[in-house]
Design a protein around this ligand. Sequence first.
Ligand code: NAD
Length: 415
Amino acid sequence: MESYNSFHVAQKQVLEAAKLLHLDNATIELLSWPQREFKFTLPVRMDNGTVKVFHAYRIQYNYARGPAKGGIRFHPDETVDTIRALASWMTWKTAVVDLPLGGGKGGVVCDPKTMSQRELENLSRAYIRAVAEYIGIDKDVPAPDVYTNPQTMAWMMDEYETITHRHQPGVLTDKPMQVGGTRGRRDATARGGVITVREACKILHVDPSGCYAIQGFGNAGQRAALLHQELLGGGRLVAVSDSRGAIFNPHGFNPKELVTHKLTTGSVLGFPTASVISHESLLELEVEILYPAALENAISEINAEKIKAKIVCELANGPTTPEADLILYKKGIHVIPDILASAGGVTVSYFEMVQDSYSFFWDEDLVHQRLDQKLMKAYHSVREAIKEKNVHPRLAAMVVGVARIAEACKLRGWV
Ligand code: NAD
């Protein structure tokens, strides 16, 4: 279980941004709570013949700017408040990138590591049977999240189409390509992050061909390792880590060889030419750019003072605590906050919805080009807010997102 309530943190962030925007009390109250919450019990037949009842949620935080959008998690520690917080952050994230979407999130309290593929399929289909009436391309469009994946989406889409008797692939995103998925989704999160780093380097006069380090070498971290060099025309990857350990080489790793090593051995450890360092010291290295791409709370008041990177690009959700944010800001470290840095994934998911709705699919180059435009524009909107309000980047990103949603609520006559 989490040690603090993430929804309380999310509500505090809304309040801080709302105060800077001088929003009225009704708007603050509206934006501090989800607009709709669904709670279900899902009876699922297990492989041993028994029926197990799972608790599940879908939360549509705000839909003033468009249908709710956000993943579905399968995780044993999920609670209504973890889902509320994640749905809240999705709302500001889609608004920061200026997508015509709201925010949402769903979850099932379960331990997928102990379940067979058939049980997971039964659970995925049961979830859709419960939620079908409330989702849809014009209502709420889920996607994968922790311990769900494109296969989960394919089962869920199939169940939805079975119920509705219509072909509607855009009801869920991040599907496999053969059933309405888009090109360019796999590396979208990392690509979006690297695009924001490129813009930050230009403004702050940081050398993108300097050193970079990556905490967490999964989907987002591996892609960032490769794309950093591809998009920024260089850079020395001096350290990476995964849950088993961290490695360092001051002369730099070859990212392609490192990815191959991780995929074949299951860890970054054991890579030739690497020395092993502690998890903590990776974060404290003297690098131009640090990519946290693992878990929450990696940078806290305990280590923030020791961070030496010039730019911190948050590919992970919530890697910096609110206390650490202030410390990094005072030290002059430029944090690209998660609701901006990791927004590439939901942006390409939105592109998938668009392509599904007219059954015409774009080349990978076009996906990349449009993602670049969206993220570049979003980065500069946040940059403007930092200057205008004289606040740290996370609060500036919240100000951009909250202002856009508040305006939509007002135009609709809700407040
Ligand atoms: P993943 O599971 O593929 O990778 C996570 C990696 O972090 C793994 O290599 C794991 O070994 C490593 N790790 C775990 N604990 C660690 C620790 N203490 N120190 C160092 N490494 C550790 O997950 P992912 O899809 O790459 O997502 C990573 C982060 O990015 C998550 O916070 C996720 O919410 C966020 N994110 C991902 C996407 C996406 O499209 N993949 C989109 C938005 C946000």
